[in-house]
Write a protein that binds this ligand. Structure first.
Ligand SMILES: NC(=O)c1ccc[n+]([C@@H]2O[C@H](COP(=O)([O-])OP(=O)(O)OC[C@H]3O[C@@H](n4cnc5c(N)ncnc54)[C@H](OP(=O)(O)O)[C@@H]3O)[C@@H](O)[C@H]2O)c1
Length: 252
């Protein structure tokens, strides 16, 4: 059973119909939070995620919204407030596909898409939920970043640059929001295979696993439990920090 109680809290996890987001939604829900599941494109998958959460005894609702679009972010948060209550916890997690390519093969539209997901979307979500969080003197913004920033992974310049932007934004926001009882923290996962990695080359997987000190793959819920800690009251004195959930891949 989870050690940290989120009973009475409302959590929005962007992009939580699958992958790390769904696992995080399950962990927050198992800790007692009411959960807003967000997705943009695949309703059947989102329906299945909601069923999975509800079968685990979690109060969960679906909210379809493109989290890079200001109007739909506003409508989504209004809808969450109407059905679950004011948003206490936002996990900024949604992502599109992330192809690795040399810089000559990335156009600026792709760079912008990365920035839209990892810098614009946190900005839009924060602007929408912060007035309520400030009034209540409580809030939790949890950014899912990546170990790729610290490692300088290549050829991956657009994603790494955007994750770097997300990290800088989080650090600045942590200082700005600390006086209001709002914390801003980051989780930097290593490669944790989820549904979209099913067809990735086995030699890539073997090479990655070979360098992980813990000697096994991470599990999506290990990101979720880190988020549960950051979301908890017990983490009120922790802000602007990153926890690397990567089996020691960035220990040096
Ligand atoms: N898995 C890893 O190895 C790993 C490692 C390091 C960091 N991360 C980070 O962890 C986060 C989650 O990654 P993941 O691997 O779990 O991704 P994923 O399995 O591909 O899931 C992406 C989620 O985002 C949703 N989504 C896509 N476009 C959206 C939009 N415009 N608005 C709202 N939701 C949207 C998808 O739903 P729809 O398709 O229905 O829209 C889906 O729920 C990302 O920030 C990623 O960079 C992952």
């Amino acid at each position: 059973m989870p050690r940290f109680s989120l009973t009475g809290r409302v959590a929005l996890v962007t992009g939580s119909s699958t992958g790390l987001g769904k696992a995080t939604a399950l962990c927050l829900g198992q800790a007692g939070a009411k959960v807003a599941i967000n997705y943009a494109n695949n309703k059947a998958r989102a329906d299945a995620a909601r069923t999975e959460l509800r079968e685990a005894g979690i109060t969960a609702e679906l909210f379809q919204a493109d989290v890079t679009d200001e109007a739909t972010v506003d409508q989504m948060v209004t809808a969450i407030e109407g059905s679950l209550g004011p948003v206490d916890i936002v996990v900024l997690n949604a992502t599109p596909a992330q192809p690795l390519n040399p810089i000559e093969e990335y156009d600026w539209d792709f760079y912008e898409q990365m920035l839209d997901f990892f810098v614009k979307s946190p900005y839009l979500l924060a602007r929408r939920v912060l007035p309520g969080m400030k009034a209540r003197r409580h809030g939790r913004l949890i950014n899912i970043t990546s170990e790729v920033f610290q490692l300088g992974v290549a050829p991956f310049s657009a994603y790494v640059a955007a994750k770097g932007g997300q990290i800088g934004w989080s650090r600045s926001m942590a200082n700005e929001l600390a006086p209001y009882g709002i914390t801003v923290n980051m989780i930097a996962p290593g490669w944790i295979p989820v549904e979209r990695h099913a067809n990735d080359p086995q030699e890539d997987k073997d090479a990655y696993l070979a360098r992980i000190p813990v000697g096994r793959w991470g599990k999506p819920e290990e990101v979720g439990w880190a988020a549960t800690y950051f979301a908890s009251d017990e983490a009120a004195f922790v802000t602007g920090q990153t926890v690397a959930v990567n089996g020691g891949n960035t220990v040096w």
